[in-house]
Design a binder for this molecule. Structure first.
Ligand code: UFG
Length: 331
């Protein structure tokens, strides 16, 4: 049984689908604070399988212990956590308390119950600003750009220390920019309130839910002046977790692995692709830069392919089509 924390969220629900399709038994642990119970029905519709559900506060050590007593867990994929960069700057304690406590509770229960396989949802944000555009895993941690980013780095450090003192085998998956949705249009990125990330802003500006998109700066030293990121289809990202789980089962120790495509796409190029593929106009204006944004970075995806045989397959056009298909079905 694979314990998938945060499995009702945007990325987690896509991982649940890939795990179930690959034949794994899955239990989703989620507190549904930023996810809807309808997502579980959608996972069932897509896969024809019903995952087990545990509604739980993972920061509560005794609740986590009880879950491990009741269910025989073989491996953990840990995504549950707060993830809004801006909010983490305003409410740092909320982020440190939640993101660290949940990871500690899980590690303690895993140790007690002899569970030795752990896939951790990390982020490219741990590189800080290394002064180059292609990020390889051999780069050191950079100065954290937000409390959210600090929690990712701290959890990687904690897991590394635990693995050094035990039989734990762990993979840190450092995500670049996941976008898109399952091709069914049944699951996707549907944030409550004002979105934090670019793609839901594009879809909501296009449906009219938001008046328009603001492009944060067109005076960066990039090919068209807008920021460049490594966008990755969420289904590719989800498959990366299945590969990481298999890797963990056969290897000891810890590995940090980038999940990105290795390609950079600018904000204006993404908007252009979205308009072309979907035959729509994205209402947007150019605004000032957003504090903390780097001009350009993308993943070196070589290690993921070498160690896990994983590489991103889906294109920017596919990401735009699937994101729009989901937005049209959801609203
Ligand atoms: N952008 C806009 N307008 C918007 C929103 C975003 O122009 O309304 C631009 C940003 O300036 C950036 C790009 O779109 O250039 C992508 O922005 P996102 O907010 O979608 O993503 P980020 O690259 O800022 O953040 C991502 C993850 C974080 C992670 C961070 C650093 O969402 O979890 O990368 O690795 F911390």
């Amino acid at each position: 049984m694979i314990l998938l924390t945060g499995g009702a969220g945007y990325i987690g629900s896509h991982i649940a689908v890939e795990l179930l399709d690959a034949g794994y038994d899955v239990i989703i642990a989620d507190n549904f604070s930023n996810a809807s119970a309808d997502v579980i029905k959608s996972i069932e519709t897509i896969t024809g399988t019903t995952p087990a559900i545990c509604q739980i506060d993972l920061t509560d050590k005794s609740e986590v212990e009880r879950m491990f007593q009741e269910i025989k867990i073989d491996a953990v994929i840990h995504l549950a956590g707060y993830k809004a960069v801006g909010e983490s700057v305003r409410e740092p304690l909320k982020y440190y308390r939640n993101n660290l406590d949940s990871t500690l509770s899980l590690l303690e229960a895993m140790e007690k119950h002899g569970v030795t396989q752990f896939v951790y949802s990390s982020s490219a944000t741990v590189y800080g600003d290394p002064g180059i555009v292609e990020y390889t895993e051999s780069l050191q941690f950079g100065a954290a750009s937000s409390p959210y980013g600090s929690t990712k780095e701290m959890c990687e450090r904690i897991i590394t220390d635990v693995a050094a003192a035990s039989e734990l085998s762990a993979v840190f998956l450092r995500y670049f920019n996941p976008v898109g949705a399952h091709k069914s249009g049944l699951i996707g990125d549907d944030p409550d309130g004002i979105p934090n990330n670019l793609m839901p802003f594009i879809t909501q500006a296009t449906t009219g839910k938001l008046p328009e998109l603001t492009v944060f700066g067109d005076d960066y030293p990039t090919r068209d002046g807008s920021c460049i990121r490594d966008y990755l289809h969420v289904v590719d990202l989800a498959k990366g977790h299945v590969s990481a789980l298999k890797y963990c089962m056969d290897h000891k120790g810890v590995e940090a692995i980038n999940l990105g495509s290795g390609r950079g796409t600018s904000v204006l190029e993404l908007i252009e692709a979205f308009e072309r593929v979907n035959g729509v106009k994205v209402p947007y204006k150019i605004g000032p830069r957003r504090a903390g944004d780097l001009a350009e970075y993308y993943a070196s995806p070589a290690k993921a392919e070498k160690l896990m045989g994983w590489k991103a397959e889906l294109t920017i056009d596919g990401m735009c089509r699937d994101a729009w298909n989901f937005a049209m079905k959801a609203h």
